[in-house]
Design a protein around this ligand. Structure first.
Ligand SMILES: [Mg+2]
Length: 150
């Protein structure tokens, strides 16, 4: 089977099917291994990109968080005036689709850089958070019900 990195998950029916077969939100080992590998690879590439430019001096946790928020704002700006009942089709049309990919990538890369700087194993932390959410929001009692902040 072809590896299931993020790009393949988006484009490959086999990878989407593999993700659909996970039980209770726990990702199977082959998909999980590839995801961790992709996260580690991207984190290392961001570290090298930063070090080559001597930008580490600017990458304190606060500055990276503000940069991340700025990129989330750029992502939101792309969607803010779309009609609320029609964005599903609109986001597939160019140039919006490509712009969304760029801004989502900016968000991901800053998040990975932040996790690297503060020493958080993001794959492990996200897996733990997802497991916690599975317990907090069991399917029975929460299906088709918007989560509430209580
Ligand atoms: Mg951007």
């Amino acid at each position: 089977m072809r590896s299931c990195g993020w790009r393949h998950v988006q484009t490959s029916e086999a990878c989407r099917a593999a993700l659909r077969t996970v039980s209770g939100g726990v990702v199977t080992s082959s998909v999980n291994t590839q995801l961790v590998s992709d996260i580690e690879d991207l984190t290392l590439q961001m570290r090298r990109f930063t070090e080559a430019r001597d930008w580490g001096r600017f990458h304190d946790p606060k500055s990276l968080t503000l940069a991340l928020v700025g990129e989330v704002g750029e992502l939101a700006e792309l969607l803010q005036w779309l009609p609320h009942n029609g964005p599903a089709e609109a986001v597939q049309a160019e140039p919006l689709h490509s712009r969304l990919a760029e801004e989502m990538s900016d968000v991901l890369l800053y998040l990975l850089r932040l996790s690297d700087v503060v020493g958080v194993d993001l794959a492990t932390a996200a897996r733990q958070k997802l497991s916690s959410n599975e317990l907090r929001f069991p399917v029975e009692g929460h299906k088709s019900v918007a989560p509430r902040k209580d």
